[in-house]
Design a protein around this ligand. Structure first.
Ligand SMILES: *Cc1c(COP(=O)(O)O)cnc(C)c1O
Length: 346
């Protein structure tokens, strides 16, 4: 965000944060080598740290969360299998059908509702053994926090129960944890409370954690070795990638606990927006605020446009839903300012 007083308050996404001075200095000074040879110390350090934090044997630095999820599907499955996915999840709605394109998977969406993750009973019902007629279930993928549901946090017990059921069925469970740290901070647990129940997890460094680029995909040693080959296959082998891994390392070390500030700001924002006649804001669990515009007989696009006119950026998220996302470049004052501006135009 620029220092310009007229700069818009950008609440479209937590991906819009720009790297801190410390991150920029880390990039300038990062020891680097050729990461395809495994010789970039900054990448190796980030991967070792991420594996440790996430409670897995190994981790892989990848350019995006999408690549992390796609590599997981590729490695966990055989062509022609079925992947059970939550119906509103990122992997099925926002990754260009990658499971089909990269891994030749058929997806079977399961609507988990407010639980965020499918129940063991839903998994048993959706699961199929391979037969002459049916593709076998090769993967279950869950998301936490759940973006489309509004940054909703999964219960640890629900993830544990699903993990038990998946293991009993012999099906790998992947966690799209783009905002897993938000979930853990909101739930008051360590991230490993979630990851201990899954076979692999991807987390974004470039969202609430504020790094400029990248995600990590974590799992067993064998899984990560296969993911490293699959990353190369997709053209994601990077050379002196320490330049982007170094700020990611800072993001992991310094920007996790402060996510609580983003959550408090989201609550403040939701209360403010909900107080505007015609807008109905859901109570946020983390840093995402979904606002229902139907009471104002305003479509989502129309509200987004009016907000833009007064210097508040948000995202249309369905016909009558607008998403506002808090992050480390918007403080409490900016939130109050945003509410005042939106009030003027609704
Ligand atoms: C952002 C996001 C991703 C990955 O996004 P990239 O833009 O590819 O880094 C994956 N899953 C969820 C739930 C996300 O919000």
């Amino acid at each position: 965000m620029s220092d310009d007083a007229d700069a818009p308050i950008d609440l479209r996404s937590d991906t819009v944060t720009t790297p801190s001075e410390k991150m920029r200095r880390a990039t300038a000074n990062a020891p680097v080598g050729d990461d395809v040879y495994g010789e970039d110390p900054s990448v190796n350090d980030l991967e070792a740290t991420a594996a440790d934090v996430l409670g897995f044997a190994d981790a892989l630095f990848v350019p995006s969360g999408t690549m992390g999820n796609q590599l997981a599907a590729r490695v966990h499955t055989e062509r022609g299998e079925e992947a059970i996915v939550e119906a509103e999840s990122h992997v099925v709605n926002y990754e260009l059908g990658g499971f089909a394109q990269h891994s030749a998977l058929q997806t079977r969406p399961v609507e988990a509702g407010e639980r965020v993750v499918p129940s063991p009973a839903q998994l048993r019902e959706a699961h199929h053994a391979e037969s002459l007629h049916r593709p076998g279930t090769g993967l279950v993928a869950i998301e936490n926090t759940h973006n489309a549901k509004g940054g909703v946090v999964a219960d640890v017990a629900d993830v544990a129960a699903l993990g038990d059921e998946a293991s009993a069925l012999g099906v790998p469970l992947h966690l799209d944890g783009a905002r897993l740290f938000n979930a853990a901070v909101a739930a008051g647990v360590d991230v490993t409370a979630y990851t201990e129940h899954v076979d692999s997890a991807s987390v974004c460094l470039s969202k609430g954690l504020g790094a400029p680029v990248g995600s990590v995909l974590a799992g067993s040693e064998a899984f990560v070795a296969d993911a490293r080959r699959a990353r190369k296959l997709l053209g994601g082998g990077m050379r002196q990638a320490g330049l982007i891994a170094a700020p990611g390392r800072i993001a992991l070390a310094e920007n996790v606990e402060r996510l609580a500030d983003d959550h408090a700001n989201a609550e403040r924002l939701a209360r403010g927006l909900d107080g505007i006649d015609g807008l109905d804001a859901a109570d946020p669990e983390t840093n995402i605020v979904l606002v229902d515009t139907s009471g104002a007989t305003l479509g989502a696009e129309a509200l987004v446009e009016r907000c833009r006119d007064v210097g508040v950026l948000a995202s249309a998220f369905g016909r009558e839903t607008v998403r506002f996302c808090t992050h480390l470049d918007v403080d409490r004052d900016a939130i109050d300012d945003a509410v005042a501006r939106v009030a003027r135009v609704v």
